[in-house]
Write a protein that binds this ligand. Structure first.
Ligand code: TUI
Length: 314
């Protein structure tokens, strides 16, 4: 049993968060992760508030355990979703892809524990001052929107810049990664890509097959030119986008190329035109399991790695 302040803070059994994957992390997956003792998270992504409310209500029919909602701050619906989660009084809100300052007061007065993703020391200090309950330090190995720093560098820097518990994310796919994150000072971890192939995950069959077949060099980062770098699987879409990014086409045309591609991957499994977000650890994911089994397996493995760590010390 790994003892972590995160478990007491959030009333969960294992310090394992499921990443808020846009178009994928719905109420069903979140409830399965929470029932498995972790913290399930519903992704608001680019969806309107009504969708998020439906998923919160669905999750509540499937679990009586705490779960969270991830708010993607670049979403055109961020304001109304921010209002809806306060209304619904969800246990935890995580934020991504931006600065959550303008919503903090509203969420804190609704009794919500706010846990922002921080890509830097400056953002860590800001949200610490504003009353965050913990922070997620997500390195660029992760899938989706990525920051500049790697998990190996970001986690200790974030730990040194706040008294809050730190959840490590990006590049964690098994118990070795969990153990390493704890060694860097984290009190918990978040995984997204590993949960893409959970039995309860609604991602399209083609998505799951591509994750299961991924190898070490299967992902690429695109979107740097527009200031929203995103890691995804190498596909005809990402190759074409990558080429366009380094061509002379105007920014608006490039932006238009990406529109709708996340949905095409997650729901239609469109192998030509879809953008299949995935972290570098996709290469480690080679079996489908129930979410609860994923959590148990990585935690048992992490415990054994951590217990063996003293072999390095004479
Ligand atoms: O948010 C994510 N990952 C995501 S969001 C997403 S959906 C999307 N749709 C269209 C364009 C881009 C993404 C897919 N994957 N991860 C958390 C994360 N947050 N990583 C990095 C950050 C971040 C970056 C900058 C957090 C705060 C931040 O602040 C910048 C500032 O100073 O305002």
């Amino acid at each position: 049993m790994i003892n972590s302040v995160i478990c007491e803070l959030l009333d969960i059994e294992y310090p394992v968060f499921q990443g808020g994957m846009a178009w994928i992390a719905d109420g069903k997956l979140a409830a399965a992760v929470s029932n498995g003792g972790g913290l399930g998270i519903i992704a608001a992504g680019n969806a309107p508030a009504e969708y998020v409310r439906q998923q919160i209500r669905l999750a509540r029919t499937l679990t009586d355990k705490p779960f969270g909602v991830n708010i993607m701050l670049l979403s055109p619906f961020a304001d109304e979703v921010a209002e809806a989660v306060a209304d619904e009084k969800v246990s935890v809100v995580t934020t991504g892809a931006g600065n959550p300052s303008k919503y903090m007061e509203k969420w804190l007065s609704a009794g919500i524990k706010v846990i922002p993703v921080v890509p830097s020391v400056a953002m860590t200090k800001l949200v610490t001052r504003l009353g965050a309950a913990a922070v997620i330090a997500e390195g660029g190995e992760s899938g989706g929107h990525v920051g500049e720093l790697t998990t190996m560098t970001l986690v200790p820097l974030v730990c040194d810049s706040t008294h809050l518990p730190v959840i490590a994310a990006g590049g964690i796919g098994d118990g070795r990664g969990v153990a390493a994150a704890f060694m860097l000072g984290a009190s918990g971890i978040q995984m997204g890509t590993r949960f893409l192939v959970a039995d309860e995950c609604s991602a399209h069959r083609n998505y799951k097959e591509r994750i299961l077949k991924a190898t070490d060099l299967s992902t690429v980062v695109t979107g740097k030119r527009l200031g929203h770098p995103v890691r995804s699987l190498k596909t005809p879409f990402s190759r074409d986008y990558f080429k366009a990014e380094y061509s002379a086409i105007p920014d608006e045309e490039l932006e238009a190329k990406g529109a709708g591609a996340l949905r095409l991957a997650a729901q239609e499994g469109d192998l030509e035109n879809g953008c299949f977000l995935a972290g570098q650890i996709a290469a480690m994911v080679n079996k489908e399991q129930p979410a609860a089994e994923i959590i148990r397996e990585v935690m048992i493995e992490a415990e054994s790695v951590l217990k063996g760590a003293c072999k390095w010390v004479k």
